[in-house]
Design a binder for this molecule. Structure first.
Ligand code: CUA
Length: 172
């Protein structure tokens, strides 16, 4: 996933650089301002409408499934999560498929980021771990396996070592 993101970023940067080079090569050609602005304003209006449509589509698509529906399910298990430099302390690390788990996440020192990952390194849920607060995030596992909790907030030299496992067993 990260390498794909890097490749997309690289391609976009090259396109952007080509745009700059194109503009640079055209700066010496004189053109009347009125002629330029009409075309430019038209293009700007069209781009604005396009951005609105794309934004609406992305918003709609990413809100499916509707997050409030996911939160409405009855919690069947609570797990307390304490973050500290540089480890996770979970009140339970074994759960079952189908349980609706509420992770109650806090920190004992600095801000950390609680992030749940599956075996393919896909992030499933995340929430901030903050000293003095208990933040809740719900998740229900649909596949057995070993899941990882990683820290998503840079919290010091051993930030990368903040890893814990959650064992998900098949449904009873
Ligand atoms: Cu804890 Cu980064």
């Amino acid at each position: 996933m990260q390498s794909l993101a890097a490749q997309i970023t690289f391609v976009l940067l090259v396109l952007l650089a080509l745009c700059f080079i194109y503009v640079l090569t055209r700066t010496s050609i004189p053109a009347p301002l009125e002629k330029l602005t009409t075309g430019a304003y038209q293009l700007r209006n069209r781009l604005f409408v396009l951005a609105l449509v794309i934004g609406a589509l992305i918003t709609g698509f990413t809100l499916l499934p509707w997050p409030h529906d996911a939160q409405a399910a009855q919690v069947t298990r609570r797990i307390d999560v304490k973050a500290r430099q540089w480890m996770w302390e979970l009140s339970d690390q074994t759960v079952r498929v189908g349980e609706v788990i509420e992770f109650r996440v806090t920190s004992e020192d600095v801000n950390h980021g609680f992030a749940l990952y599956d075996e393919r390194q896909q992030m499933l849920a995340q929430i901030q771990a903050m000293p003095g607060f208990t933040n809740k995030v719900r998740y229900h596992f649909t596949t057995p396996g070993v899941y990882k909790v990683l820290c998503l907030e840079y919290c010091g030299v051993a930030h990368h070592g903040m890893v814990a496992d959650i064992q998900v067993l098949p449904k009873l």
